[in-house]
Design a protein around this ligand. Structure first.
Ligand code: MG
Length: 255
């Protein structure tokens, strides 16, 4: 678990975070009916490499024995929750697509996900995207010294469930720093344990994955793509956040 010791370390994380934010800026420009997820992946990698950074996701070994992850982004459409592999799939009007991206710059990682509308989407899908971002905001508001990791988890779950959604249990947020996944785990549901106390200088990837139907998920035969068990829509919102004496600071943004 990283606890920042210097302004220099925080600045490095901000710069890595900004690369990730630039990728999302590019994704927002490109996402439209007719584009493939592979085209999005190539555009994302170009932004990352031009910044002198390295895609964090590319080459990550598969936890279920599949191929190493081939993309710079995860591209997860509609009922796909996370870890969709970029490929020939063409985006269609009315889809939603979650893009997750990580980058390493100067030894530090940034990691952020957004769910984007493709063309004109249903009100149901718009609401899901809105409330997923708001669930993130509620969780992030608890990322302050003296609270517990479970306070973040509880805030996300209570917000999502109060709006009739479910939270994915099988995948969680995480500490981040010189490694993409560090301690502590940050579930999006209230756990039996209180979890670690939050300290200034901690850097956390808070990432609610919110479903319209059941919280249950399954992994497809490609051994990467996670989908909702009932085929209903899912959305994802993630930022890398530093805990500071002034409050939580989103690092995956444009400076
Ligand atoms: Mg993450």
């Amino acid at each position: 678990m990283i606890v920042l010791r210097s302004q220099r370390e925080l600045d490095k994380l901000r710069r890595a975070g900004e690369v990730v934010a630039k990728v999302h800026q590019r994704m927002a420009e490109l996402i439209a009916p007719g584009i493939t997820t592979l085209e999005l992946d190539r555009a994302a990698e170009e932004v990352i490499r031009k910044a002198g950074a390295i895609p964090s996701f590319k080459g990550v070994p598969c936890p279920y024995g599949g191929i190493d992850f081939p993309g710079s982004i995860c591209a997860s459409i509609n009922h796909q929750v996370i870890h969709g592999i970029p490929g020939k799939t063409v985006l269609r009007d009315g889809d939603i697509i979650s893009i997750d991206v990580g980058a390493i710059l100067d030894g530090y990682h940034g990691d952020a996900a957004r769910t984007y509308p493709v063309g004109n989407i249903s009100q149901e899908a718009k609401d899901l995207i809105f409330h997923t971002e708001e669930a993130f905001n509620r969780g992030m508001a608890c990322a302050v010294e003296g609270k517990r990791i479970r306070d973040i988890s509880t805030a996300v779950q209570e917000y999502a469930e109060s709006h009739g959604y479910s939270v994915v249990r099988d995948f969680v947020g995480h500490g981040i720093g010189t490694e993409m996944h560090e301690e502590p785990q940050i579930p999006n549901y209230r756990t039996a344990e209180r979890g670690p106390r939050i300290l200034n200088g901690m850097v956390l990837a808070i990432e609610p994955m919110i479903n319209i139907g059941t919280w249950k998920v399954k992994v497809l035969d490609d051994k990467w793509t996670v989908v909702t068990a009932d085929g209903k829509l899912s959305a994802h919102h993630e930022n890398t956040v530093a805990v500071t004496p002034k409050g939580p600071e989103i690092l995956t943004r444009l400076y």
